[in-house]
Design a protein around this ligand. Structure first.
Ligand code: PMP
Length: 441
């Protein structure tokens, strides 16, 4: 039995089955964009711990800051004792992400917690209850976050869900264009949204709209700019808080600090986590001070939120990201992937769509018969084949048919191209095998 097999055997015995296994990889040690498994095999990492490692595995500056902070103060609880790393991190986030004239922040541990708190703040700020969210959205696994999440696989047997959650179709041009050109499609989707405030939830009852501008788990679907700008106007008009969920799209992934910066809009509230702490659990809710301060003292917070060691990791991560220009890296990585995926699409009808923003790039795998039907089997086979070859890859999408790249953005061109070579080679091989099988049948 290999050491990896042994680990899985031990895992099976004591870890609850509900804690999903998305890949057969084991991990012992990691650096930059690569890691070593329990048997000493080296991998290129295209998963990045699901978008957490934009600054890479174990950046030395971050490791040092964590070690130093751990030796000074590991915990205080910010409600009980005020400490500087929490404040310094908030100052840094306010400087990078101004939300209007005066911006305030609360720190959290995770993306789901950021979403939960954003909703609580929006409700207190507006005195209203309803929340509008989107199909194929992912906002986390706690009760409100899961209620806002769309894909039913995450929700099996977990209800009843939070009430006053309304869901509208995400403006996914590839899936729902019905032959319209993009401009006409966007007009139709804006009209659909406006109509929903008549036939789904009255604006007087809607506290917030929450949207991912590039859907993460949904498969890197990019919301059209005009649609988002219209959403911004509608929210302002009706005193609805616009919450942009940047948990997966933040910190350089789209080639900017946040996806919203591509859209020429300012959210009322934005939610963050993942790459902020290079792996230490930390998230943030950032918002206009006049909205954030409507939450009554004591209604938001918790024992561990903004833990000093996690804050030190986040401050060091942000400084490191500034130093290496993480946004330029995001754009660079994205350009390479886009070119390679588009070339693959030209030769391969199973690649139905190539899309994304900056370094947040994905390809959608569909059946080769031009029906556009999702091909989840192909995606699964491709992931397994790539892992065999030393490339860790994760899928996405309600139909599990989308290959997304969430590699550290510090990946070298050589590592990135080697990973893309593996995807290309294995996809071509799998499709060739399929056509041989068909011929023999
Ligand atoms: N929002 C988005 C957009 C996400 O991608 C995720 C995680 N995939 C979450 C929220 C939840 O984050 P966490 O797993 O840290 O709770």
């Amino acid at each position: 039995m290999t050491k990896s097999e042994e680990l899985f055997k031990r895992r099976k015995a004591v870890v609850a089955d509900g804690v999903g296994i998305f890949t057969p990889a084991t991990i012992v040690k990691a650096e930059g964009a690569t890691f070593i498994d329990a048997d000493g095999k080296k991998y290129i990492d295209f998963a990045g711990g699901i978008g957490v490692l934009n600054a890479g595995h174990c950046p030395p500056e971050v490791v040092k800051a964590v070690q130093e902070q751990a030796a000074e103060l590991m915990h205080a609880c910010f409600h009980i004792g005020t400490y500087e790393p929490y404040i310094e991190l908030c100052e840094k986030l306010v400087a990078i992400f101004p939300h209007g004239n005066h911006t305030k922040v609360m720190l959290t541990n995770t993306g789901a917690e950021s979403v939960e708190n954003a909703v609580k703040i929006a409700r207190q700020a507006t005195g209203k209850g309803g929340i509008i969210c989107f199909t194929d959205a992912f906002h986390g696994r706690s009760l409100m976050a899961l209620s806002l999440t769309s894909k039913i696989d995450y929700k099996i047997g977990c209800g009843p869900f939070a009430s006053e959650v309304y869901r509208i179709q995400y403006p996914n041009y590839y899936r729902y264009n019905d032959g319209l050109d993009e401009a006409a499609f966007v007009e139709r989707e804006i009209a659909r949204f406006k109509e929903s405030l008549r036939n789904m939830a009255a604006p007087d009852n809607v506290a917030a709209v929450i949207i991912e501008l590039v859907q993460g788990e949904g498969g890197f679907v990019v919301a059209p700019k005009k649609y988002v700008q219209a959403l911004r106007e509608i929210c302002t008009q009706h005193n609805i808080v616009l919450i942009i969920d940047e948990v997966q799209s933040g910190f350089g992934r789209t080639g900017a600090w946040g996806a919203y910066l591509h859209y020429g809009i300012t959210p009322d509230i934005s939610t963050w986590a993942k790459s902020l702490g290079s792996g230490l659990p930390i998230g943030a809710v950032i918002g206009k001070a006049e909205v954030m301060d409507k939450a009554v003292a004591g209604t938001i917070g918790g024992t561990y939120l903004g833990n000093p060691v996690a804050c030190a990791a986040a401050i060091a991560t942000l400084k490191y990201m500034e130093k290496i220009d993480i946004n330029a890296k995001g754009r660079h990585v994205g350009e390479i992937i886009r070119k390679r995926f588009i070339a693959l699409q030209k030769s391969c009808p199973a690649v139905g769509d190539v899309r994304g923003l900056g370094g947040m790039m994905a390809m959608e795998l569909v059946q080769e018969n031009n029906s556009g039907k999702p091909d989840a089997d192909l995606c699964k086979e491709l992931m397994s084949a790539c892992i065999e070859k030393g490339l860790l890859l994760v899928s996405a999408g309600t139909h599990k048919n989308i290959i997304r790249v969430l590699s550290p953005l510090v990946i070298t061109d050589e590592e990135l191209n080697s990973g893309l070579d593996i995807i290309e080679g294995e996809l071509t091989r799998l499709l060739a095998n399929r056509s041989t099988e068909k011929q023999t049948v």
